[in-house]
Design a protein around this ligand. Structure first.
Ligand code: MG
Length: 202
């Protein structure tokens, strides 16, 4: 199983990090070892002094395929979740400056936090409200209507390069408001008003 992640999929988030608005989805991949075991705390790694949260809507592939057409893409995922794409921002900045790949800053153990999954049919993915609180304070508040590339466009684009398999996950990008976590912080993610994820930082 692989985790396909989209960068810069919300205009205001691209701007807050000083990036251009992309013409095509910006894609990177995390290995399955990046999944944080359910219910586990996240332990700050020694290689970074600046771990950031990025709250994202996650799609779970239910039917594999390659060269999937945009109009057929809805048949290829049937569940969604919220996820946190934990990022070593200091390391990513150094890699970006040198034009190097982002994996060390993005794909490390525990960097993919995922909530339980919910049937796609129970939500309106065109206008889904999701938010993140850090220590009870609202820090991110997004709506999927603000995505630059829709889930269907992402699936069509990514499947030109990578065969999608059942169980693969797609992190669809984060809205504005990303920021740093510190020891003892508690992150809580909400789908509409329902709390679906609780993460303690150690
Ligand atoms: Mg992200």
């Amino acid at each position: 199983m692989k985790i396909i992640c989209i960068g810069r999929n919300y205009v205001e988030h691209a701007r807050e990090l000083g990036n251009e608005i992309p013409e095509n989805p910006v894609i990177f991949i995390k290995p399955d070892t990046a999944i944080l075991k359910k219910g586990s705390d996240f332990y700050l790694p020694e290689f970074s002094n600046e771990i950031h949260y990025e709250l994202e809507v996650v799609l779970k592939i239910s039917k594999g395929g390659k060269y999937i057409q945009e109009e057929n893409a809805p048949q290829h995922y049937d569940e969604i979740a919220l996820g946190i794409d934990l990022t070593a921002r200091d390391l990513q900045q150094k890699l970006k400056e040198k034009g190097l790949p982002w994996e060390l800053a993005k794909a490390f153990d525990g960097s993919a936090v995922v909530s339980d999954f919910f049937p796609k049919k129970n939500v309106d993915l065109k206008a889904l409200q999701f938010s993140l609180k850090k220590n009870k304070e609202l820090v991110q508040n997004g709506n999927t209507s603000q995505m630059i590339f829709s889930p269907e466009k992402i699936i069509a684009f990514a499947s030109q390069y990578f065969t999608l398999r059942v169980g693969d996950l797609i992190f669809t990008g984060t809205p504005k408001g990303v920021g740093q976590v510190a020891e003892n912080d508690v992150l809580e993610a909400f789908l509409n008003d329902d709390k679906v994820l609780h993460l303690r930082i150690q």
